[in-house]
Write a protein that binds this ligand. Structure first.
Ligand SMILES: Cc1cc2nc3c(=O)[nH]c(=O)nc-3n(C[C@H](O)[C@H](O)[C@H](O)COP(=O)(O)O)c2cc1C
Length: 396
């Protein structure tokens, strides 16, 4: 008798997720569900429409990028200005569903605020998205930093890291159990009391989808090491290139030593690509001269309020980096110097870099034409039309 069709579920689907297989240096696009990550008033920035976001996702997918990752934003960053353009953000699970159906190869992520979603709801949405995308889904868990947001959900911003990550840990335990348990289960913790939880279908990727976590503190690092496959870190400071190897090594070592787990490390970088380094620096200067000051000040104040790593002094030094790309790693120059920057990150042990531009569509087009061939020459990536359209195995 023929068996009835089943929802997909296998470890092979997980192993084939492009962020876990593929090139030595993986690439992604970041923040296209929002207004992009530049805080400048210079024209040419991202129009916050679904059509613009879809175009960027499709271009990245066709260029062979492995990941499309949204930011999670719920309201304006600028207090007293509810209609500031930073309020324009597409909700990430619904966005990711449409993005998965608009693309063919890349992993598509939803960035999920712990405080905004009951864990069983998030588990169900993720499982549904993983089925719809054929195992290309990834969950980016964020504890959150915009203190003005949780109130909209009847929640309180947890400023104490022990509390914030205590809640996040319980949330993640429940999500993982919902993804795997074949029985209804109860959970009785400090933050959640749940009775008779169950969800089906299960995710396509077994035992569960790729999980990423973006945090900066030691608590964030521990959470990533314990629960995620990919730590999403900011490589920042006065000399980010110099700090990268140690930072990346510390994440990996923590995961290995404390949890006996392998952890990939990803970061984000902003790209300002011109014919020469001088021209790119001039563009960067122009973007900074037109900084949206209220935006950047509010962004930095929000970051300061919830971080136990960043200080006022550090933030003032890296203010320009916030304006140019929300403090991503700087890739400012010609195709050659941008490739150098990416090679430096790869040699520092970074597994993947998600990119942002002022004008994403033009930026990806130029990156594909001029930078990707250099990364291929340097053995960091293979051409997108490699055998059977999939990216070939990593040499790492
Ligand atoms: C690369 C990166 C991306 C992040 N994306 C988001 C986001 O989309 N939404 C959000 O509320 N917080 C985001 N965060 C903030 C984290 O949730 C986190 O709270 C913040 O980095 C402070 O780290 P800590 O919680 O470990 O102190 C991001 C952080 C990093 C490093």
């Amino acid at each position: 008798m023929a068996s009835s069709p089943q929802f997909r579920r296998s470890p092979e689907l997980r192993a084939a997720n492009p962020v876990l297989s593929g090139n030595p240096l993986k690439l992604g696009v970041f923040g296209s569900n929002w207004i992009g990550l530049c805080m400048t008033k210079l024209p040419g920035g991202l129009t916050p429409t679904w059509e613009a976001s879809r175009e960027i996702g499709r271009m990245a997918d066709q260029a062979g990028f492995e990941a499309i990752i949204p930011v999670s934003r719920w309201k304006s960053i600028v207090p007293g200005q509810p209609r500031h353009r930073s309020a324009q953000a597409l909700e990430t699970f619904t966005w990711a569903t449409a993005m998965a159906l608009s693309t063919q190869r890349a992993a598509v992520f939803a960035t999920c605020h712990v405080a905004a979603f009951p864990p069983v709801l998030a588990a169900k949405q993720a499982a549904t998205l993983d089925q719809i995308s054929g195992g290309r889904f990834g969950l980016n868990v964020v504890a959150g930093w915009n203190a003005r947001e949780p109130g909209m959900f009847g929640a309180t911003m947890l400023f104490e890291h022990e509390q914030r990550y205590g809640q996040a840990a319980e949330w993640m335990e429940i999500v993982q159990r919902a993804w795997t348990s074949e029985e209804e289960f109860d959970f009785d913790g400090d933050w959640y009391t749940i009775g008779g939880a169950y969800t089906a279908p299960k995710p396509a990727q077994a035992p569960y989808p790729v999980v990423m976590n973006a945090g900066l503190s030691d608590y964030g690092r521990d959470f990533a090491a314990r629960y995620s496959d990919m730590a999403f870190v900011a490589i920042q400071g006065e000399d980010p290139a110099a700090t990268a190897p140690e930072l990346v090594a510390s994440y990996r070592a923590h995961a290995r030593e404390k949890y006996d787990r392998e952890l990939a490390v990803w970061t984000h970088a902003y790209v300002i690509h011109e014919d020469t380094v001088e021209l790119a620096q001039a563009t960067a200067d122009e973007m900074y001269e037109h900084a949206d000051l209220e935006f950047v000040d509010a962004f930095m104040a929000g970051t300061l309020a919830t971080s136990n790593v960043l200080t006022e002094e550090v933030l003032q030094v890296i203010r320009r980096e916030f304006v140019l790309g929300s403090c991503g790693f700087p890739l400012v120059g010609s195709a050659e110097t941008i490739a150098d920057g990416l090679e430096l990150l790869a040699r520092a042990g970074v597994d993947g870099v998600v990119l942002t531009w002022l004008d994403y569509a033009a930026g990806i087009r130029r990156f594909q034409a001029e930078v990707l061939p250099l990364l291929e020459e340097r053995g960091l990536r293979v051409p997108v039309d490699a055998p059977d359209g999939r990216l070939v195995a990593s040499s790492r």
